[in-house]
Design a protein around this ligand. Structure first.
Ligand code: FAD
Length: 286
């Protein structure tokens, strides 16, 4: 199933993101997690790809194929172009074709920690839009891209970021998935601005449940997202009580998703962190 057809057929589209394990030893646990997540019958599951081909990237195509073939659920294989030779991108596209994976989330990616800019492999695809053009030339994939409701970390400002988003659409993106955010009003404002700028393709809202203070601190510095006072307060309140913090984090994610669905968003995409129990709780509540 092509993702663009899913968005045409229903609203909201409800989906999950999973990531391949870094070590072969963790493979059993991801297979178990996928089984539990697939049982929830989401509209699609996306599988991340480690930038530069490090980590568990080799498993992205394999897991995406398994989700489609074993569970009959649409999958998206993420693909990054940073630090990748053209031949590597060609090979991954061929592998996806061979495995019957038709949907790709085209990304620039970031350099893995510790890799210097000077040592990066020269790739003809500098931005996600370049990769989208390459994928469009194949003629057989449905490709999408990432978007950033509060602007990408490296961007000058949100307007410039949105202009690049419109360019992603011009380069063949057929859907967008947003970075995580905690402030719904900022997302709705972004959506409005993107629509005014001519971005017409469906946009799913990315939601990540909060599990711990360290996770949230890492995320805000990595992604440049703002934290509403409500979140800061419950993280503070339950700091010494991990179980209650997880509960409050899940409740916040559920409330966020419900609100956005009421506002008529095209889709909600849950960053599961490979935790099926949290995915189930959110899914059943929305
Ligand atoms: P781009 O769209 O190329 O944007 C990067 C920067 O360049 C931005 O500042 C943008 O404003 C600017 N820009 C965009 N287009 C142009 C242009 N045409 N000319 C000049 N400047 C431009 N990372 C992974 O490693 N693996 C994953 O699987 C993964 N999955 C993700 C899924 C989602 C939904 C999201 C939101 C992010 C994901 N990321 C992943 C992280 C992503 O790779 C980083 O955020 C990265 O910094 C930017 O990737 P991008 O595709 O958005 O880049």
């Amino acid at each position: 199933m092509l993702i663009k057809d899913l968005y045409k057929a229903k609203k909201p589209v409800r989906s999950f993101e999973i990531f391949p394990p870094k070590k072969d030893a963790d493979e059993e646990s991801i297979v178990g997690a996928i089984e539990e997540i697939a049982a929830l019958q989401p509209d699609f599951i996306s599988v991340t790809y480690s930038a530069g081909g490090s980590g568990g990237s080799g498993k992205t195509a394999e897991l995406a194929q398994m989700i489609e073939q074993k569970y009959g659920i649409a999958s998206i294989a993420h693909l990054t172009c940073i630090n990748a030779e053209k031949s590597k991108i060609d090979a991954v596209l061929q592998e996806l074709k061979n495995k019957g994976v038709h949907n790709i989330l085209a990304l620039r990616g970031d350099l893995p920690p510790g890799v210097a800019k000077e040592s990066v492999v020269k790739c003809p695809y500098e931005n996600a839009s370049d990769l989208l053009q390459r994928i469009a030339a194949e003629g057989s994939f449905c490709a999408g891209g990432a978007c950033y409701p509060e602007g990408h970390m490296d961007s000058e400002n949100l307007s410039q970021d949105i202009d690049f988003l419109k360019f992603k659409q011009d380069c063949g993106a057929e859907f967008l998935i947003s970075q995580l955010f905690f402030d719904n009003e900022r997302f709705l404002m972004f959506l409005n601005k993107a629509r005014q700028a001519g971005v017409e393709i469906p946009i799913s809202a990315g939601i990540m449940p909060i599990f711990s203070r360290s996770q949230i601190e890492r995320m805000i510095f990595m992604c440049g997202v703002s934290l509403p006072a409500e979140v800061v307060k419950f993280v503070h309140k339950y700091e010494g009580n991990p179980e209650d913090l997880r509960k409050a984090g899940l409740e916040f994610a559920i409330a966020q998703a419900r609100y956005l669905i009421n506002e008529g968003v095209d889709g909600v995409h849950i960053y599961t962190m490979n935790k099926p129990a949290a995915a189930r709780k959110i899914f059943e509540s929305i």
